[in-house]
Design a protein around this ligand. Sequence first.
Ligand SMILES: [Zn+2]
Length: 308
Amino acid sequence: MTGPVLAIDVGGTKLAAAVIDPDGEFLARGAVSTPDSSDPDKVTGALRELARGLVDRAPARMLVGLGIGSAGPVDPAAGTVSPVNIPAWRDFPLVETLREVLPGRPAVLAGDGQCMALGEYWRGDRSAGAMLGIVVSTGVGGGLVMGGRVHLGPTGNAGHIGHIVVDIHGDPCACGGRGCVETMASGPAIARWAAEQGRYTGDARALAKAAHRGDRMAQRAFDRAAVALAAGIVSTAALVDLDEVVVGGGVAGAGEALFAPLRDAVEDLAGLGFIRRVRVRPSPLGADAGLLGAAALALAAAGRGDPT
Ligand SMILES: [Zn+2]
């Protein structure tokens, strides 16, 4: 079957949805803030309303599939998600919930970082044989595209770079572990560290502005996040031999406040030649990458083959 698909991107900050055609063009789109609530029905209601709004606007009979990218961990076999940064959802039946909006169509679920990486590969630079996509936002997600295919892993959770341990004596992480990349590099972690240094109360976005104005303490907050990200990147490159790393998500919007120290830290931490050759760059597609990757998976599930 050919035709557009409904793509959904579930994040701790934002819920986004779009109708995307087989060429990767957006035909309709919408987004709402993720309700900050412990009531699962509030989050579910907001997502269902967003998806229904798009299905009502697009000719539903033309939609051939549903692709869902969600903050992890995810369980694609069960169709459930337990996003670290959406505490209201634990083993939440996301696929079943969204199937009600688009019944009778194939539905596929993957991690938001995996979708971001796949979207960057599909609609961005396809020269990389092995690419790591990283989403730095409320949490830190990621995904690996190797040989043109997203690497999901046996449980569907491969690529979770946010939970690579970079400080064995580090702070507890929301995942239950300790010293993860996410404890130092997520937007809230950057803001929390800056606040601990005194006089800073802004979020990561405000800190980025301060860093661009030349505020040294704000810049140090990004320097620290960059070192944690670089440690995760260098470890991943050592393990799977990466060509390229694409970094997106709201915190990547800090631009050079993040990317300058990130390139320096990768240079500093990487030793072996095959690790040092990794290229690190901002996501050219920005927030659209996750939706595009979810659409690519849905198109493949709907029998279009692998669009990448
Ligand atoms: Zn963790």
